[in-house]
Design a protein around this ligand. Structure first.
Ligand SMILES: Cc1ncc(C[n+]2csc(CCOP(=O)(O)OP(=O)(O)O)c2C)c(N)n1
Length: 672
């Protein structure tokens, strides 16, 4: 590359882009780790985007109608941190850049949502950002249809690298965006032909332009170091009626000895080579020093959006009061006052009528009463709508001609669905929930983990939650998935036993602000075990005494979901033999852990024999069997220790020994 020609053609632009390159080199050198090449390669594209197109206001970073900028290639985090610092985000100080990747700094190795303003989502696991962006763009469409163009009218811009486009989830995202003509989604592809192992061509020969076009996108191909071409492409992209991919031909680590090589992807810390690169840029100031005129130019860019934001506020104030209140409430993730009342009334009715229902069907019934009072819910399923029971009568379907529809047919795209739901939650104003089979949490898991890490309340509706699904067989029967979900920090895993617990689980899942939920629901019918109406949400306590012992308490049976019925039957057997038995329903371990010791002790006192029953592997149950005042030699688990089999559910429970008789026998064998 002829850097001199680039510099002299557009000196002002060059100085601003070079500030990003120099700060990146300095921060990576200070940390002695990180990724220099990507920010150095995409500095021109990012500069033009921020200078001429992105609507943002560093003084009000969460202004709801700002454009969203998503750095899907999260390893290039110094690109984002430099931009936030240069444009004047108060919390992205120079010291933060100097402490790149250090303990306590906002400048984590990869951008972490919540660590600094201006970070719209956590990226780093490649492909997640571009997949999130589909949810951002859908959320914008839904909200625009709801509130009108004068208060919701913004773009979602993404920078994605070769790695993002290689990840499978990107295909799910790209085809979804194309199908839904998300015309306000603009992806800037860092087309540098380099990944870690070498040139992209080592492992891929995809025609990316053809790929995007075939999925329904517009594509513009440009030189990613030419500011006029970048500007023209962005202008054109904004006018289109399809999502646009701008293929930006760039040089990784531009101007460095490692330019255009995979070495350029990583940390470029060699002092001589850094000095040579800076000299080639014409950058003469010391480490972390941005010349005052260049910083001022960047601050002018940062100040550009304030007037637009103020004008937006004025328009927002003209909305009818009710709309404003709903807007503010949903962005604050507050539930409507009516929610508690409708859930209570529903619970009362269900405890009186005591239906026998699969909890997936219970869930649909609950949603039928919740969705009408919570207009911010957006439901969906990964092509299992009839099985997941996620669609209720009043939602409408999100489509190109019905943007206000609140149900998304995600297609067979579990991972893309989960990532896009995260994007919706991050966008604000929407509470997304979406379904698939519990065993396909595996397919959605990278995004489920990020929801937990980001502290966003995405709801994953996972039906067919055990061998109880029967004939579909072991490929579809989850056995380890409860354990995997429970092992994930900051995740509520609900396994409700009946319609009442399902309603309570939904109430918690939709009220929490910082924790995603997994609702693990049955395919098979279950009796109502909560026949006595209680206004209090017992599931919110995580575990509770469902039925206490008659006479001396010798046994405590613990169970979740479909196995609560088995525990109750085992109790009948034991009580008939004079063995006092308590049944504890444990719909959500994590919430039980949050209770104070005194409550946990009341539910699980030391002394009695303990048997837990759950149609999954026992991994994790030790916490409640031998922990919490329990004793290993006086406790046992009845459940699965391997994969399931293809047969009717009743046969499977019998063959795998998950029966009331087996539970009662186990308890008796432990009583000395
Ligand atoms: C899911 C996932 N797999 C692997 C990695 C490790 N990784 C980080 S960057 C990278 C290569 C990315 O190449 P590209 O997107 O072309 O970035 P560039 O080389 O242009 O910086 C890999 C494999 C990751 N961050 N996420």
């Amino acid at each position: 590359m002829d850097l001199k020609a680039l510099a002299t053609a557009n000196p002002d632009h060059w100085a601003k882009a070079t500030a990003i390159r120099a700060l990146t080199l300095d921060a990576v050198a200070a940390a002695n780790s990180g990724h220099s090449g990507m920010p150095m390669g995409m500095a021109d594209v990012a500069t033009v985007l921020f200078e001429k197109h992105l609507n943002f206001d560093p003084t009000q970073p969460n202004w709801p109608d700002r454009d969203r900028f998503i750095l899907s290639a999260g390893h290039g985090s110094m690109l984002l941190y430099s931009l936030l610092h240069l444009t004047g985000y108060a919390d992205m100080t120079l010291d933060e850049l100097k402490n790149f990747r250090q303990w306590g700094a906002r400048t984590a190795g990869h951008p972490e949502y919540g660590h600094a303003s201006g970070i719209e989502t956590t990226t780093g696991p490649l492909g997640q950002g571009i997949a999130n962006s589909v949810g951002f763009a859908m959320a914008e469409e839904i909200q625009r249809a709801t509130y009108g163009k004068k208060v919701v009218d913004h773009y979602t811009y993404v920078i994605a690298g070769d790695g993002c486009l290689m990840e499978g989830v990107s295909q799910e995202a790209i085809t979804l965006a194309g199908r839904h003509q998300l015309s306000k989604l603009i992806v800037l592809w860092d087309n540098n032909n380099i990944t870690i192992d070498g040139p992209v061509t080592l492992s891929d020969r995809t025609d990316q332009v053809g790929r995007f076009k075939s999925a329904g996108w517009a594509v513009i191909e440009i030189d990613g170091h030419n500011p006029a071409e970048i500007d023209a492409a962005l202008t054109q992209a904004k006018k289109g009626n399809k999502p646009t991919m701008v293929a930006c031909k760039t040089h990784i680590a531009l101007g460095h000895a490692a330019q255009d090589t995979s070495k350029g992807h990583g940390a470029l810390t060699d002092a001589d080579q850094m000095a040579a690169a800076k000299a080639a840029y014409g950058w003469t100031t010391g480490p972390f020093e941005v010349p005052a005129d260049v910083k001022a130019a960047w601050e002018t860019i940062g100040a550009r959006g304030a007037a637009t934001r103020r004008a937006w506020e004025e328009r927002f104030d003209t909305l009818p009061r009710g709309k404003r209140e709903t807007f503010n409430r949903t962005y604050a993730l507050d539930v409507p006052k009516k929610l508690s009342a409708v859930v209570k009334a529903f619970k009362k009715q269900m405890s009186e009528t005591a239906p026998k229902l699969a909890t997936r069907a219970s869930s649909e019934k609950v949603l039928e009463v919740i969705n009408p009072v919570m207009a911010e819910t957006v439901g969906g399923s990964a092509d299992l709508t009839g099985s997941n029971n996620t669609k209720t009568s009043d939602l409408g379907v999100f489509d190109t001609d019905s943007r206000g529809g609140r149900y998304v047919y995600w297609g067979v795209r579990e991972h893309g669905m989960a990532a896009a739901m995260n994007g919706m939650a991050l966008h604000g104003g929407i509470r997304p929930y979406g379904g698939t089979f519990m065993c396909f949490t595996d397919y959605a898991r990278p995004s489920m983990r990020l929801a937990a890490l980001m502290k966003i309340p995405t709801v994953f509706v996972m039906t067919h939650d055990s061998i109880g699904l029967g004939e579909d067989g072991p490929t579809h029967q989850p056995v380890e998935h409860l354990a995997i979900s429970r092992a994930t920090p900051n995740t509520y895993v609900f396994r409700p036993a009946d319609t009442i617990e399902t309603a309570e689980a939904w109430e918690v899942a939709l009220s929490t602000k910082e924790t995603p939920s997994v609702l693990s629901l049955t395919r098979q019918g279950l009796p109502t075990v909560r026949t006595e109406h209680k206004t209090k949400n017992l599931t919110a306590q995580g575990a509770y005494v469902l039925v206490d012992a008659d006479g001396k308490r010798q046994v405590i049976l613990m169970a979740t979901g479909s196995e609560v019925e088995i525990a109750l039957a085992a109790r009948d057997i034991l009580q008939a033999q004079g063995i006092g038995t308590r049944v504890v329903s444990m719909p959500c371990w994590e919430l039980f852990e949050e209770q104070d010791e005194a409550y946990r002790k009341r539910v699980l006192p030391g002394g009695p024999v303990r048997v837990a029953v759950e149609a999954g592997i026992g991994f994790g149950w030790d916490r409640w069997l031998s922990g919490e005042r329990g004793r290993r030699e006086k406790s046992a688990f009845v459940g699965m220790d391997g994969f399931g089999a293809s047969a009717p559910a009743g046969t499977l429970y019998k063959e795998f020994g998950i029966t009331a008789e087996a539970v009662a026998e186990k308890a008796k064998s432990l009583i000395k």
